[in-house]
Design a protein around this ligand. Structure first.
Ligand code: TYD
Length: 200
């Protein structure tokens, strides 16, 4: 049976590394896995990503473009793959809009809920893995990167609000999430992911 799984966390939590390992582990078990990301995942979505990550804009525009990219992604990639019986693992989805545009930028939560209702009234991830680290740890990890995008360049207080945004979202629907302590060693996180795979 197909499953839709999303990976979330503040920048620097290490989710991309874990996503690669997790999807490889699923493939080794014989599942047909599609790995994708947001913003992005389609030709138009990747063009929007380029703009979103590099160009400053109004907060509302930022949210609308995130959801525009998401609409394409859902219709072109996510739904067709799920219908074909594949597993879809996405590096971020709508929780990131609530956390970054809602929590981080302060955009009205209700407006984001309206966009979510419009763009995917009948689709939610089966499972969301939230990689949680204290903001200082995430900032420290990011400081090793050579170039930082528009979001990664934000200050610590922005990431505190993003993290709080994720927690608000988790509280609204706790059964969909597994919170993973991403400040642990890579091996400890892998062990936790193995455990999760055994339960899904
Ligand atoms: P990210 O997934 O962290 O990619 P990378 O690991 O390659 O840097 O980058 C995407 C950025 O976009 C991230 O900073 C969060 C932001 N974002 C939003 O603000 N809202 C959204 O809805 C999504 C999907 C991402």
């Amino acid at each position: 049976m197909s499953k839709f799984i999303t990976f979330e966390g503040v920048d620097g939590a290490g989710k991309s590394t874990h996503l690669e390992w997790f999807s490889d582990a699923l493939r080794r078990r014989g599942f047909d896995v599609v790995v994708t990301r947001e913003p992005g995942g389609t030709l138009l979505g990747e063009q929007l990503r380029e703009i979103l990550l590099n160009q400053s804009m109004n907060i509302g525009t930022e949210a609308l473009l995130m959801f525009a990219a998401r609409m394409e992604h859902i219709e072109q990639v996510i739904k067709p793959s799920l219908r074909a019986g594949k597993w879809v693992i996405s590096d971020r989805f709508s929780d990131a809009s609530f956390a970054y545009q809602g929590g981080g930028r302060g955009l009205n939560w209700g407006k984001l809920s309206q966009l979510e209702q419009w763009v995917h009234p009948d689709l939610q991830p089966d499972l969301t893995l939230f990689f949680d680290v204290p903001v200082e740890v995430a900032r420290q990890r990011l400081s090793n990167n050579v170039s930082l995008d528009r979001f990664e360049q934000e200050q610590a207080d922005f990431f505190e609000r993003v993290r709080a945004g994720y927690y608000k979202r988790i509280q609204e629907n706790p059964q969909r999430y597994v919170v993973i302590d991403a400040a642990q060693t890579l091996d400890m996180v892998k062990y936790k992911l193995e455990e999760i795979i055994l339960t899904i």
